[in-house]
Design a protein around this ligand. Structure first.
Ligand code: APR
Length: 254
């Protein structure tokens, strides 16, 4: 059964010139990076996003928020790209019209060999000043024990204005990075095929991209071991994981 699906998806991949691959936290799950929903140890099952992932939360207690993101930075840095990241990079390298779009803030796609990934929800390692937005190029993990999620660590201060440094991720209620989102929209408007991998499809506007592509005539294929909010619009739901399905797809195209 899995072999048949891999063959079907390989035919779709071979035929399409303009492809979008949209990934979510499930893409990094097999690297040991926690997802947000659906698993016992998922982040929003254990922590309150309103206390940790909003600008208001940072204003109220920047040490708690910064300490939590240090823990996530350390976990992402300790993780390694998985077979799915590497297979996707190989697939996209042979398909010039393929655009990789991710909701993930880790750098595992890049470390798995994907050179130009559109990050819709920012970058865990792109720190900037909360007040003046100037980039902060220090390495906040140096000399810090970031092994516990609930430690309170006062954020570094901006060298320019003295404001607190914040993580470069998009918090709830904030806008997506304009250039990345515009490029993702444009790619989805022209896509013939969209692979949606490892997302619950619950957080807009990113979650609306597959429906937009479908309205323009794209074929939607979902790779997820579970059903998601995307499943109802998928033309094919490959019930598998990123690190199993993507190498199978690469091998089916070899
Ligand atoms: N391979 C593929 N999919 C997987 C795997 C795996 N190994 N493991 C889990 N999944 C699926 C789950 O079934 C779930 O549908 O990945 C999805 C993860 O969903 P979420 O944890 O909600 O992650 P995501 O959809 O990326 O969240 C979107 O929510 O909190 C915000 O900013 C955060 O970018 C994040 C956004």
């Amino acid at each position: 059964m899995q072999g048949e699906i891999a063959t079907t998806v390989a035919a779709d991949w071979r035929q399409a010139q303009r492809i979008v691959v949209l990934t979510g936290a499930g893409m990094s799950a097999e690297s040991g990076v926690a997802t947000f929903r659906g698993a016992r140890h998922a982040l929003w099952e254990r922590f309150d996003p309103m206390q940790l992932a909003t600008a208001e939360a940072f204003r109220a207690d920047s040490a708690l928020v910064w300490g939590w993101y240090l823990w996530r930075m350390a976990a992402a840095r300790a993780a390694a790209a998985n077979a799915g990241h590497r297979a996707l990079a190989a697939l996209a390298a042979d398909k010039p019209g393929c655009t990789v779009v991710t909701q993930n803030v880790d750098d595992l796609h890049e470390r798995g060999g994907s050179p130009a990934v559109l990050h819709l929800h920012g970058d865990l390692f792109a720190h900037r000043c909360f007040d003046c937005s100037r980039e902060y190029d220090g390495d906040p993990l140096i000399g810090v024990d970031a092994s516990a999620p609930q430690q309170r660590v006062p954020p570094p201060r901006c060298h320019h204005c003295g404001g607190p440094i914040r993580p470069g991720v998009v918090w709830f209620g904030e806008s997506l990075p304009e250039r990345a989102f515009a490029a993702a929209l444009s790619a989805c408007e022209r896509a013939e095929l969209v692979l949606v991998i490892g997302t619950s499809g619950l957080v807009h506007p990113a979650a609306g991209l597959p429906a937009l592509a479908k309205r323009q005539g794209a074929r939607i294929i979902e790779i997820n071991p579970e059903a998601s909010a995307i499943s109802s619009l998928a033309d094919l739901h490959w019930r598998s994981t990123a690190a199993r399905a993507l190498p199978q797809l690469r091998d089916a195209l070899a």
